[in-house]
Design a protein around this ligand. Structure first.
Ligand code: MN
Length: 150
């Protein structure tokens, strides 16, 4: 496969030759989550980047919004995703679409890991952490307001 095609073998949610990374280095509004870049960092032919995220029990991703959409496939465990004014239980093999400008957050709230593949455009805007005024405007559900971690 000298043209760059390849297979990255996995073993128990680890991928050969791929290092775990910090989830984010520019914000702190998350807990017990790590990121693995699987495809797209060095492969310039791809217009997308394929990442694996894993949240440990009790952890959550950052509450954020941005213009670029997310394609997400849950591949480990279960949890909850906040999508704007809604929250939905998710489990392995469920598929999640996060539309542009939707405030979102993943929670591993079932006493097990929540692991998911997330595919994004290579060129994309930076996530923005919504301020309190934005949250008040966009989220009216008390259930969701009680769920989100800022
Ligand atoms: Mn996001």
């Amino acid at each position: 496969m000298s043209n760059g095609s390849k297979v990255i073998h996995s073993d128990n949610y680890r991928w050969q030759g791929v290092e775990k990374k910090e989830y984010k280095t520019d914000t702190q509004n998350f807990r017990d989550i790590h990121r693995v870049s699987l495809l797209g960092d060095e492969i310039r032919e791809l217009n997308t980047q394929t990442r694996y995220f894993e949240i440990q029990p009790g952890g959550y991703s950052s509450l954020e919004r941005h213009r670029h959409p997310h394609s997400v496939v849950i591949i480990r465990g279960s949890g909850t995703v906040v999508l704007g004014n809604e929250m939905v239980s998710i489990k392995s093999h469920d598929v999640v679409y996060i539309a542009p400008e939707t405030i979102h957050q993943f929670h591993a709230d079932r006493e097990e890991e929540l692991g998911f593949i997330c595919i994004v455009d290579r060129y994309r805007d930076r996530p923005v952490i919504p301020d309190d005024a934005t949250i008040q405007k966009e989220i009216t559900s008390l259930e969701v307001l009680n769920k989100i971690k800022k």
